[in-house]
Design a protein around this ligand. Structure first.
Ligand code: M6R
Length: 609
């Protein structure tokens, strides 16, 4: 949530900052702003709305400084407005701050600063940082003032701070919100994530919590809050600029939907031995003995990633015979869950930065559990803080709605099931069968993608309806929820996911001719039950769009519309069944003229509680 970017070097900072903001806009997009030190003057320009609004506001103004910071906001404290946008400056307009996170004790700090005659101009928690640094800076140098301020701040932050009185440096600090330093030739770019850095350099340093850095044109130093030096390793990025562009697609979401065959291939490549029916996951090899001893698996995640966990739990219980629970990370951390050294906690996260999922990992480590991450973003906090893990390797996912990250998470869960299962009860033949079917998934996805025009036709038929129910059972129960999330977040229509068996216990009362139901009913072990469910909806004049297995002629006789998917192993049907639901939600959003890649009120990674 919120993206921050900073630049120091020999080039004009303003265009680099704006470009960085455009890359980070998916993290928050209700307002944006930047500060540049131009000569001796601090120039700050802010605007409510998208980065484009900020760019329009800057217009032809010549801002020539070579050091600056910028921010794109997802509001937490104070509504989106010019004055609540970052950067926030001190009373004298010397110090400028961009912040991602939440300052929990800002009220008491603000009271203290008001008593010292500081004048506040926003309703945000972040502004206290500028005034606090200003207060200490009266007696000590800029960096020491930042360190003193950090000692008083409680909460989470990724911070970048500049001062026109020491215009040769940016001070950055991290606690709980991501921050990466890109190392260029005679220049440095600081950002919330690497998407704003890749076009400048492939050399980065990931900061850890409690670290502070002083960055100058010709070098940088990293310390902890007590100013004790910290040694950092340089990581080389393997993401290219091209992978973060739309490449001819109208939206990132559509591009990412169409990338799924490749993304799944990348997530499974080199990670199995077909003949042995075995999975080999290098990232968890070191902890394999502990996994063998595990008595319980606890999966934690949020949103779409949690739904991948629900499918994974179904796989693990059926094929590895190991008790598996799934929880919302934000519930897990506050309930007294029973976990210990015999528990393996799996955290699933595309961004690897979701605050609640990270907190759940920390809680589980505290209780002695072995923690594993299934994460997409290399070097992200969850990837680094878990004991071991598996990267999904789906490439950058820019659209707020998760698509390829989800199907790659499912593919990785299938591999984990084979790995854990073969350690326990799974036979060679079953292992071989799962692997063989998994290998065929990318080409089967291609077959579904080829039906996109048919799915568009169905979306055209339904795009004026206001309420939708999504139904599924067993492996496809989470897929019903996922279909509903996609439609809600992209179109703002009312869509609810249900376990289809639950309909008769209440929800069916809502059904009439104006309440279409999307029924995920492939030919699997619960097909007959789903078929009865479809008939019950039809008996109440409900309209049914069925997701069924190719060749199922019976379903076409009862459902209003059918989207067919190729046949596969039951445990892998979710990877196929979700594709038409993604495309349906995408077309519904375009037809309803919604902002597909940046739906209102949302942000790509939720780095605050
Ligand atoms: O980065 P994460 O996978 O941890 O994000 C979790 C959720 O916020 C995310 O899956 C969200 O639900 C998606 N935007 C939905 O499409």
């Amino acid at each position: 949530m919120c993206g921050i970017v900073g630049y120091i070097g020999n080039k004009k900072a303003c265009p680099i900052l704006l470009e960085g903001l455009r890359q980070l806009e998916y993290r928050g997009y209700d307002s944006a702003g930047l500060s540049v030190i131009d000569g001796e003057r601090l120039r700050t320009i802010k605007s409510v709305g998208r980065v484009q609004e900020l760019e329009n506001k800057i217009g032809e103004r010549n801002i020539s400084g070579e050091i600056g910071i910028a921010h794109t906001r997802w509001a937490t404290h104070g509504k989106p407005s010019d004055k609540n946008s970052h950067p926030h400056n001190d009373c004298q307009n010397n110090i400028s701050v961009v912040h991602n996170g939440i300052i929990e004790n800002y009220r008491e700090l603000k009271e203290f600063l008001i008593k010292k005659k500081h004048k506040f101009s926003s309703e945000t928690d972040s502004e206290v940082v500028a005034h606090l640094v200003e207060e200490f800076n009266k007696k000590v140098d800029f960096k020491t003032a930042v360190l003193e301020a950090l000692k008083l701040i409680k909460g989470t932050y990724g911070l970048a701070i500049i001062s026109s009185r020491e215009p040769d440096k940016i001070i950055v600090a991290r606690n709980g919100s991501p921050l990466v330093l890109g190392i260029g030739k005679g220049e440095y770019i600081i950002a919330s994530d690497t998407s704003a850095i890749v076009r400048h350099t492939d050399k980065v340093i990931y900061f850890d919590d409690g670290e502070v850095a002083e960055i100058k044109k010709d070098g940088f130093t990293v310390t902890n809050i007590k100013n004790k030096s910290v040694k950092k390793d340089v990581t080389i990025l393997d993401w290219t600029v091209e992978r973060t562009q739309k490449e001819g697609f109208d939206h990132f979401m559509l591009k990412e939907i169409f990338e799924q065959p490749e993304a799944i291939l990348d997530s499974i490549r080199g990670r199995y031995i077909s003949a042995k029916g075995a999975a080999k996951l290098g990232g968890i090899e070191n902890v394999i003995a502990r996994i063998r001893e595990a008595e319980k698996i606890m999966i934690v995640a949020c949103g779409t990633a949690r739904l991948a966990g629900m499918v994974g739990a179904c796989m693990l219980e059926e094929y590895a015979g190991i008790a598996t629970e799934v929880d919302y990370a934000h519930e897990f951390r506050y309930r007294k869950s029973v976990i210990d050294e015999k528990t393996v906690l799996i955290a699933i996260s595309q961004s690897g930065e979701t605050a609640d999922t990270l907190a759940a990992v920390r809680e589980a480590k505290e209780k002695g559990a072995l923690t594993l991450g299934i994460v997409n973003v290399v070097g992200s906090t969850i990837a680094r803080e878990t004991d071991a893990g598996v990267y999904t390797h789906s490439g950058p996912e820019i659209a707020v709605a998760s698509t390829k990250a989800f199907t790659s998470q499912l593919a990785v869960m299938a591999l984990i099931t084979v790995l854990f299962g073969r350690q326990r009860q799974m036979s060679l033949v079953t292992g071989q069968r799962i692997i063989k079917e998994l290998e065929r998934i990318p080409s089967k996805i291609k077959q579904i993608l080829a039906e996109d025009k048919e799915i568009l036709k169905i979306a055209k038929k339904y795009h004026k309806y206001k309420n939708f129910a999504y139904l599924g059972r067993k492996y496809n129960h989470p897929i019903a929820f996922e279909g509903a999330i996609k439609l809600k977040e992209l179109t703002y229509l009312h869509a609810e996911g249900f376990a289809s068996g639950e309909m008769k216990h209440g929800p069916i009362a809502m059904i009439d001719e104006n309440f279409p139901c999307v029924f995920v009913a492939p030919s699997d072990s619960v097909y007959e039950k789903n078929f009865s469910g479809i008939q019950e909806i039809k008996a109440r004049k409900g309209k049914v769009i069925a997701i069924a297995t190719r060749g199922d002629k019976e379903i076409a006789k009862v459902a209003d519309d059918v989207i067919y998917i190729p046949k596969t192993l039951e445990m892998l049907t979710p990877i196929l069944a979700v594709i038409p639901l993604q495309l349906f939600a995408y077309h519904m959003a375009v037809l309803n003229k919604k902002d597909v890649d940046k739906p209102r009120n949302l942000a790509k990674s939720v780095t605050v509680e």
